[in-house]
Design a protein around this ligand. Structure first.
Ligand code: SF4
Length: 478
């Protein structure tokens, strides 16, 4: 069940012949799970830009005749869940910047961690911020480097920022795509049908009928335009490629939850990694039981792996409506819970009198799992054993999902990681989380390309933050 944190999805498309707005629109649909608060597209038709940004889902923002006005063979798009900055129209991306009086557009997934000082510095120099996003700080730094060419200005801007980013930047007839030096956020490249695409997930390439070809390397700037593709700074940008790969800290939570199950990153399909998590979870926490029930959709694949390992039947006893909006953004707990009653229901005949192993990917506030356990009990389940395919989420994320804003609501933090206390609070007969070691093993058991065991960020589970919050995040005292 989609229940809480989402981040952002980005993409950029260049076509050799046709208009790109329909493909960007379809691509944004494929990334909708990464953010439903706002969506935007900016295109360039060779003379002028066209843009449309709005609050809500892709369907809501680009309904009617909107797409026909987004002319051009090149453009970028963004789906947003508000990370840094509030949930307002002006913060919806792509964000516009100015370079030598010519606009450019940026779409960002990630979170910068030294924005407080940089923002103050830019304001002092006379920059007028129109948004409260960290992304506009990159735009302002590009603006202050306009004595250079655009690529050089972009490079100089990025060398000032810290934190995580995957970016696509549209400047006239060129798209620049890049990932931060730690490669924390995904960005992949694909092509086909005379079209080149940079996107947050490989599933976008599938949806658009293209071939996913490679992951953008950490610290690399890809330059994409009609007739050519190059890694502009590539090895030279911030350090050597070898060094960049060593320093990489890809977000392990992408495999736990964010990536679509059909997406591949670093050669690993998310579905396979989630199944391994389920298998390892069972190895660590086998219990006498009759059936396995996934919490849809987030627990589906871990439950498959767990059921295979356990030799137990899997029952789809929980039904999730896909037509109800997210509960996470509802500001009041009461409203969240009401939302969930229409979102999730149980099929009682499947669980009555049974010893149930219920599987989900994580517990954040515990709203969802408590509701699930209540429903299963009311439906007559004899025992309810809760299994979670990641470790307790104890530490807030500063790198893109901004759980520091709900830090005090994280149940594992509030209860000091005491699993027995959490079990009591959620009302399960038993509770087990996948160990950190088990999580790391699960990822590595699926053959990948470059990422080694130490190339993953797992700070929200381990507390090992690889990027310190030196200057502070704008809007948060640190
Ligand atoms: S702290 Fe967690 S969610 Fe945030 S980047 Fe690291 S692994 Fe991902």
């Amino acid at each position: 069940m989609k229940k809480r944190w989402i981040m952002c999805g980005i993409l950029g498309i260049v076509s050799e012949s046709g208009e790109v707005s329909q493909d960007i629109y379809a691509g944004l649909w494929s990334l909708q799970h990464r953010g439903k608060e706002g969506a935007g597209i900016a295109t360039y038709d060779g003379n002028v830009y066209h843009e449309k940004r709005g609050m809500g889902t892709v369907e809501v923002v680009f309904g009617g005749e909107v797409l026909s006005g987004l002319l051009g063979k090149i453009g970028i798009g963004h789906v947003r869940y508000s990370t840094a900055g509030g949930s307002t129209l002006e913060n919806v991306q792509p964000i516009q910047g100015l370079f030598k009086s010519v606009p450019f557009w940026i779409a960002h997934n990630g979170n910068l961690t030294n924005t407080k000082k940089l923002r103050q510095e830019c304001v002092k120099q006379g920059y007028f911020f129109r948004t409260t996003t960290d992304t506009e700080i990159i735009a302002s730094l590009i603006y202050f480097n306009e004595s250079f060419g655009f690529e050089e200005a972009l490079y100089r801007a990025l060398s000032r920022v810290e934190g995580t980013y995957a970016l696509v930047v549209l400047y006239k007839d060129v798209i620049y795509g890049m990932r931060d030096l730690t490669g924390n956020r995904p960005l992949v490249y694909g092509e086909g049908r005379g079209i080149k695409v940079l996107a947050s997930e490989s599933a976008t390439c599938d949806v658009l009928g293209m071939k996913y070809l490679f992951d953008v390397r950490p610290g690399e700037i890809i330059v994409m335009k009609q007739g050519s593709l190059s890694g502009a700074y590539g090895d030279q940008m911030f350090c050597s490629t070898a060094e960049a790969f060593q320093k990489q800290k890809f977000c392990v939570f992408e495999y736990v939850y964010f990536l679509r199950p059909d997406s591949i990153f670093d050669g690993r399909r998310a579905q396979r990694v989630r199944e391994e998590m389920g298998r390892n979870l069972w190895r660590e926490s086998a219990v006498d039981a009759d059936i396995v029930v996934p919490v849809p959709d987030s627990g589906n694949f871990a439950a498959c792996g767990l059921a295979k390992e356990a030799g137990l039947p899997i029952e789809m006893a929980l039904f999730r409506s896909h037509y109800v909006g997210r509960t996470f953004i509802e500001p009041l707990q009461e409203r969240r819970e009401k939302g969930m009653r229409i979102k999730l229901n149980v099929i009682p005949e499947l669980v009555e009198g049974k010893r149930v192993v219920v599987v989900d990917d994580s517990i954040v506030r515990s709203t969802v799992i408590k509701r699930v356990i209540n429903m299963l009990r009311e439906a007559g389940a004899r025992e309810i054993h809760t299994r979670i395919s990641s470790p307790p989420y104890k530490y807030p994320c500063y790198y893109g999902i901004d759980t520091y804003r709900v830090e005090n609501e994280l149940i594992a933090k509030r209860l000091n990681g005491d699993v027995e206390a959490i079990r009591k609070e959620i009302g399960a007969d038993s509770l087990h989380y996948l160990s950190l070691e088990g999580l790391r093993r699960s990822v590595m058991e699926v053959p990948g390309n470059k990422l080694k065991a130490n190339n993953f960020c797992d700070a929200c589970f381990s507390g090992n933050y690889h990027i310190p919050l030196k200057d502070g995040i704008f809007g948060k005292e640190t």
